[in-house]
Design a protein around this ligand. Sequence first.
Ligand code: SF4
Ligand SMILES: [Zn+2]
Length: 316
Amino acid sequence: MSSFPDFNIDTHWIVSLRGIKNQVDPFRPYAFFVEKEHTSGGYIEEVTTVFLTNRECPFKCLMCDLWKNTTDESVPPGAIPTQIEYALNHLPPARHIKLYNSGSFFDPQAIPPEDYEKIAPLLEPFETVIVESHPTFINHNTLSFSKLIKGDLQVALGLETVHPEVLSRLNKKMTLSDFEQSVNFLSSHGIGARAFILLRPPFMTTEEEGIYWAKKSIDFAFRTGIETCIVIPVRSGNGAMEYLEKQNYCKPPDIQSLEKVLEYGIRLKKGIVLADLWDIDNFSSCEKCLQPRKERLNRMNLLQKVVPPVLCSCPT
Ligand code: SF4
Ligand SMILES: [Zn+2]
């Protein structure tokens, strides 16, 4: 059973528990790399990911730590195209690109819309352009950007969880209906959508509850027309999460739970389901099976097939 604190969790409380931000340069992306991913065409292909440096997201979600690599003020016009150019000049070619900006690509305070025309030609080599956005910012700017780029646009939306009470307490200021409307809007304009789903967000007091709601969230996402679900094991590290952990309102999930949710999602065969493996070492306490489990998750991500389980004496 979920359990909730009796104090008010709001933006002020979440921000008050934060540490300091990292030093970032408005003219440099804070990370970039190329990795393999199972893509919509059913192939394993190279995908470029660029983490853009820009102004902090106006939503202050309870579990979010993306603010750490953001600026307080909007970056000047021209900074974002410079960052993309810099990353592309330092990376091998790929067919698809993700431009993740720790917020919403279509937030005009984050990515100036006047930069769209400079960004679009840089994206010409890519068949798919994936950006992220909160449903609030899915609007005419999304359509303008989609028309400017040569490849297909796909927007990643944080569904987080379909647990109604938990979702409302994440300070995300989004309902399931907002999410569904955005997916409908995107698909009615020929734009694809992927969903981020949290495994064991705060207030899910047991591992089983975390698994159950992650599976329900995948079901919901596919029902709305999502093409790809990314399951993210919730980590702490933003201040508020550590506070709630100490009070037993949350606990990071086990790597085994991520395997179970991924197996479930792949078996549905409704679309692509991927496990987020960022910081995955933090979700296991068994040195014996961590590496084989990581490899198993990676193989399942790439093949979109359930592969034989890892056998270990640690509790599952
Ligand atoms: S909307 Fe996304 S980027 Fe913004 S605070 Fe929430 S989780 Fe973080
Ligand atoms: Zn083990």
